[in-house]
Ligand binder design. Sequence first.
Ligand code: GLU
Length: 501
Amino acid sequence: MNTNKTRVRFAPSPTGLLHVGNARTALYNWLVARHTGGKYILRIEDTDVERSKEEHESQLIEDLHWLGLDGDEGPEIGGPHAPYRQSERLGIYHEHTEKLLSEGKAYRCFCTAEELEAERQKAIAEHRPQIYSGTCRAITKADSDTRAASGKLFAVRLRIPDRPLRFHDIVRGDVEFSSETVSDPILVRSSGVPVYNYVVTVDDALMEITHVIRGDDHISNTPKQVAIYEAFGWSVPQFAHLSTILGSDRERLSKRHGATSIASFREMGILPEALVNYLALLGWGAKDGTSETFTPPELIAEFEIERVTASPAIFDFDKLHWLNRHYLKLADPARIMDLAWPYFEKAGLLPARSPGDAAIRSWFGKLIALFLPSVDRLEQLPEKTHFIFRFDAILAAANEENATILRSEAAQKVLAAFADRIRAWEDPMTPEQFKLWMNEIKAETGAKGKDLFHPVRIALTGAHSGPEFDKLIPIFEEGSRLSLPEHVLSVRERVEQFVSA
Ligand code: GLU
């Protein structure tokens, strides 16, 4: 790639949430700019007034910011080619239309919607391609001016040259479309609204975009855009059309496959660096062919658009979760604690954060450290740690698997011995004391291994497997002394409840 002054853009339409496909497009553009020391521009394509919403635009910008994909130029920060919202550039498009009309590169089309529809139906009946017949192509300039002046409505069409339209695509190689498949495209509708293909080209040219990187759903639009560049005498940028993202069933990725919006991944507790890493791998691979974990700086160093593959990428939720676990482990514990807190608050397990909650924070830090390795996403933490906050001894005793374990004589003896000790114990329980007792109980009852530990674990946690007691006991004991929305039971309280259940 010629990296001289690379300028790329992400040009979303603010008509809904940012989804993985568009987020990957944004990321690849951003990476190309960062890798080459170029500029990454955000342009809002809001000419569809019915569907474009301000709240979608602010959500888009927020999501991009969360992913770390801030622009060098854009509607919020401005830049040398402002404005960066298409709805604020209508005057620019109008001027350019006038220029094309006066040079004869474009012409007014007075065909009505009914006439065009009749033409289309005829083409269908005759098994011909449904393209514009060119009725208004031959209208003279004078005639056209007269009709326009008399108030007749018209669209503006580009005169497509009678030769194939070619462009080079970095991902797909040389692409060619015959002029018959393109016909004379509309640039401006009779309502006066300019169409996507037209405004995107005017903007890309005026904003000096060197590489147009976008989804391959736009590949059939590209010859029309090439024709527009040529009509203005502008140099054509390089194109890179990214493959479609599919679900595991090889159908186009959609809501059916699960969450696909960036906001929903954030809400689940996927870290932005995990999502960025994952999106980067959707259609691109490391030079060594094996590395899969890349922090944003590593991606910037490694990413080359030339290594993007043309074959469709399959979205793999398990892999995203695997990467998220990787980054959860690497992340600063204080950051994870801040991110995890709201999930507990929402579940009614933690109070709202306040400056005076140092003791809760320190305890919560231990809780997170213990349970973080067992989740894919932060949203799973309250569920995983539920037994710490809300211990239901009756439910634990009634559980079939537990009941089978507890029925044995050895289990009964172990529990009784443990209960005797804890009842007679005045101080807080410590892991050391616990170990000592378990050794005594082992000698006393002859139970060992599972027979020794499972009954006690069930009595304390409600399940026969879980995290190590060394870490768990301080969480129970310290938690019981905190003022939390739900009282955390101490070891003694747990055993007492369990034995009486
Ligand atoms: N607004 C278009 C879209 O969201 C942009 C396409 C392009 O990048 O040219 O699909």
